[in-house]
Design a binder for this molecule. Structure first.
Ligand code: HEC
Length: 141
C-alpha cells in the first residue's frame, strides 16, 4: 500500500516537472497591489468612441499577443507561461479589479519574477494607459 502510494506520488511529481518545463512547482500569482490612493482613482479619461479606437490600436500593437483578441488571456504569446493573464471577458473577475489597479499594473508591470507582464511607463503616457483601461473594461461590458 505504502509502496503503491509512493510510486503514484513520484509519477505525479514527474508529470508536474515535465509539465512546467524545468520548474518543479507551478508559480503562484503574485500580482502587486496598487497604492491606496491609486486604487481609489476613477478613470479621468472620458469614454468616447475615439478613445476606444485609439486604445484598440495600442492594444493590437502591444497587448494582444498575450491578452488575446477577445481579452480572454489566451494570446499566442502565453504558451508555456506559468502565470497567465486573467480572463477579462469574465465579469466576475473584472468586478474585483478596480480601474486604479488595472492602470497601476499596466504602468509598472506585475511581479517580474513570475510573470512577463512588463510596465509600460516608458512606452505609453498615463493618458494612453487610462484609455487602455477603458478598452480592457469593454471585454466584459
Ligand atoms: C508578454 C505577455 C504580455 C503582454 C505583451 C502584456 N501583458 Fe498584461 N499581463 C500578462 C500576464 C502574464 C499578466 C498576469 C500577471 C499577474 O496576474 O500578476 C498580465 C497582467 C496584466 C494586468 C493586471 C490586471 C490583473 O490583475 O489581471 C493588466 C491591467 C495588463 N496585464 C494589461 C496589459 C496591457 C494594457 C498590455 C499592453 C500595453 C499588456 N498587458 C501586455 C502578460 C502580458
Amino acid at each position: 500500500m505504502t509502496m503503491k502510494l509512493t510510486s503514484v506520488g513520484l509519477c505525479v511529481l514527474c508529470l508536474s516537472i515535465l509539465g512546467h518545463s524545468g520548474s518543479i512547482l507551478a508559480a503562484e500569482r503574485k500580482t502587486p497591489t496598487a497604492p491606496e490612493d491609486v486604487l481609489k482613482m476613477k478613470n479621468p479619461v472620458l469614454l468616447t468612441p475615439e478613445v476606444l479606437q485609439e486604445a484598440t490600436t495600442i492594444y493590437k500593437d502591444k497587448c494582444i499577443k498575450c491578452h488575446g483578441a477577445t481579452g480572454n488571456g489566451k494570446g499566442s504569446g502565453t504558451k508555456g507561461m506559468d502565470v497567465k493573464p486573467r480572463d477579462y471577458t469574465d465579469k466576475s473577475v473584472m468586478e474585483k479589479i478596480p480601474d486604479g489597479q488595472l492602470f497601476w499594473i499596466t504602468l509598472n508591470g506585475s511581479d517580474p519574477d513570475t510573470t512577463e507582464m512588463e510596465g509600460y511607463k516608458k512606452k505609453l503616457t498615463e493618458e494612453q494607459v487610462w484609455k487602455l483601461v477603458h478598452y480592457i473594461r469593454s471585454f466584459a461590458p
